[in-house]
Design a protein around this ligand. Structure first.
Ligand SMILES: CCCCC/C=C/C(=O)SCCNC(=O)CCNC(=O)[C@H](O)C(C)(C)COP(=O)(O)OP(=O)(O)OC[C@H]1O[C@@H](n2cnc3c(N)ncnc32)[C@H](O)[C@@H]1OP(=O)(O)O
Length: 302
């Protein structure tokens, strides 16, 4: 099986980078995230970036409706946005949030893991790995402003940030709920959770597939702050000030010191992890479990 799927090649083939933002924001000069005037939003169909270069950060808004599920195209666009901001010296930080009301992310896109062939599964998994590695190790400060429910792969993305602010709405539960689907969070999902909440809480949460409502998420340390829903972005911005006041090189090296051993575990066995995923997800029993779960999601509406 060809595992050498290059995400950079993939991004080039899938996207015209920095297409003008479609929809309401197209061609419009919007107030920048931090309140500056005259800075143009940019992005791609599924990721809207509101830059505030004067303040040194950008707000990255995920908008892959209805539920910000992390499809291959969406993952690719998130990576391109991150790369773009990382390579611009004007930016020191990102606030990651959602443009889909009530949903931060429904996690990995189940349609990418159901009824496809092994080459597709390998390509998809490589993109999932890449997203985690790039966000987890980003030299930028990344703060998530979690303004909706946040499951599994979406929760992983938030856990990869440096700080998490969650909107205080009992519907906005978050966690790694993979076992509820009959699947297993990979070791690097697990490691990221353990590094955030500690071993005992992670063990219980992973086995039971727990989704924590805001008060509990705060109590176990899955998020750092819970604020009224209309203050999530402003709270993230206020927090950012403290992070940006630290000399950048010292903070970045410290982040790397803390995170590199965890990332290295995946980097050392990346291809094996892809092969494990492909083998696991291709199993008839797993495909059946995913189809049943998807069906339940659909039936919920009727
Ligand atoms: C070794 C293997 C490791 C694999 C690691 C896996 C990690 C993952 O991330 S697996 C994904 C886990 N995610 C979930 O369990 C969340 C599932 N979704 C929900 O619980 C809900 O959709 C919701 C709470 C996020 C939102 O609820 P609601 O606003 O009521 O919206 P709907 O449920 O009606 O969903 C709308 C639409 O979206 C489809 N959908 C939902 N989640 C996903 C998804 N993760 N992937 C693909 N599609 C998803 C849902 O089926 C609906 O579709 P339609 O019926 O066609 O409108």
């Amino acid at each position: 099986m060809a595992l050498a799927v290059g995400i950079r090649g993939l991004t080039r083939s899938l996207l015209r980078p920095w297409v003008r933002v479609p929809g309401p924001a197209r061609g419009r000069t919007e107030p920048a995230a931090g309140g500056g005037d005259g800075v143009r939003c940019f992005g791609s169909p599924r990721v809207l970036v509101e830059p505030d270069p004067a303040a040194g950060f950008a707000v990255m808004k995920m908008r892959n409706p209805p539920v910000n599920s992390l499809s291959l195209e969406f993952l690719t666009e998130l990576l391109i946005s991150l790369e773009k901001l990382e390579s611009d010296k004007a930016f020191h930080a990102i606030i990651l949030t959602s443009d889909c009301p009530g949903i931060f992310s429904a996690g990995l896109d189940l349609m990418e893991m159901c009824g496809r062939d092994p080459t597709h599964y390998a390509e998809y998994w490589k993109a999932v790995q890449e997203l985690w590695l790039r966000f987890y190790l980003s030299h930028l400060v990344v703060i998530s402003a979690i303004n909706g429910v946040n499951a599994a792969g979406g929760c992983l993305l938030a856990l990869s940030c440096d700080y998490r602010v969650l909107a205080d709405n009992p519907k906005y539960a978050m966690g790694l709920n993979e076992t509820l689907l009959g699947i297993i969070a990979p070791f690097w999902f697990k490691d990221t959770l353990v590094n955030t909440v500690g071993h005992r809480t992670a063990e219980r949460a992973l086995q039971l597939g727990l989704l924590f409502p805001p008060a509990e998420a705060l109590q176990v340390g899955m998020v750092d702050k819970v604020v009224p829903e209309d203050q999530v972005l402003s709270a993230a911005r206020s927090e950012l000030a403290q992070w940006l006041a630290i000399p950048g090189h010292a903070r970045q090296l410290t982040k790397s010191l803390m995170r590199k051993p965890t990332a290295d575990r995946l980097l050392k066995e990346r291809d094996a992890d892809i092969q494990n995923f492909v083998r696991f997800i291709s199993r008839d029993a797993i495909q059946k479990a995913l189809r049943v779960y998807l069906e339940k999601l659909k039936q919920k509406k009727t």
